[in-house]
Design a protein around this ligand. Structure first.
Ligand code: SF4
Ligand code: FES
Length: 250
């Protein structure tokens, strides 16, 4: 396949970026999107040009690092697929493909296609954990029975990989799908229920501080999420938030 790539190039956060055009030839349909970028980068290096910076790590769809806006869609045209799992057979010979970084104030561009997603880390630090007393004997894994339905819902929420596609797809750059998945994953389980109120307050407060927008329930996040995280989690987070705000002593 021969393709034309229009790629966002930006030297640093302070410098204005622009789209640059790169023709690529003999692309195998079996290559992943990132492998295709690797080949382009090898060519650029051979020609003495600066390679395109893009984020990646596992290349297995589990780390959330590979965050690219491809033809206007986070992670490209395939549903439930991260950029690293997207293959060139999803495109046609002769296609022009636009590749951009996530666009959100809370995710500033560091270089080219790499954005700073440390806002997500700070939200997790604010409450995305369970405090456990680890002194004494280890608890038997089956000591606390958990209803199957709750375990399944918690597991589904826990599949969020923190990629940020939900933010990138939202007209408000809202992080509610991400935060609600992290809140749900812990709150649905008895181990996480103890700190549920404090957790939701702290995580939502940090989310607001980071400059993410609010949710207006358009559902684009759910459609673009590579892990199929459901809007149901946002409803759960809103309920938890309201519950703690209305609780006596608040
Ligand atoms: S909710 Fe989905 S889109 Fe958002 S960070 Fe998690 S996996 Fe990515
Ligand atoms: S590189 Fe890890 S999810 Fe794509």
């Amino acid at each position: 396949m021969n393709l034309t790539l229009k790629i966002w190039r930006q030297k640093s956060p302070e410098v204005k970026g622009k789209m640059e055009t790169y023709p690529v030839y003999d692309v195998s349909p079996d290559m992943s999107f990132l492998e295709m970028l690797d080949v382009l980068n090898e060519d650029l290096v051979e020609r003495g040009e600066v390679p395109i910076a893009f984020d990646h790590d596992c290349r297995e769809g589990i780390c959330g690092a590979c965050s690219l806006h491809i033809n206007g869609e986070p992670h490209g045209p395939m549903q439930r697929t991260t950029t690293c799992q997207l293959h060139m057979r999803s495109f046609k010979d002769g296609d022009t493909i636009f590749v951009e970084p996530w666009r959100a104030k809370a995710f500033p561009v560091i270089k080219d296609l790499v954005v700073d997603r440390s806002a997500f880390d700070r939200i997790i630090q604010a409450g995305g954990y369970v405090s456990v007393n680890t002194s004494g004997n280890t608890l038997d894994a089956n000591a606390i029975p958990i209803p199957k339905e709750d375990a399944d819902k918690a597991f589904d929420a826990a599949t969020c990989i923190g990629c940020g596609a939900c933010v990138a797809s939202c007209k408000n750059a809202s992080a509610m799908l991400f935060v609600s998945a992290k809140v749900s994953q812990l709150t649905l389980l008895p181990q996480g229920e103890v700190e549920a109120g404090e957790r939701v307050q702290n995580m939502v407060s940090q989310m607001d501080k980071e400059g993410f927008g609010n949710c207006s329930v358009t559902g684009a996040c759910q459609v673009e999420c590579p892990k199929g995280i459901s809007l149901e989690n946002i409803a759960r987070m809103n309920r938890e938030f309201l519950k703690t705000n209305l609780s006596p002593g608040k």
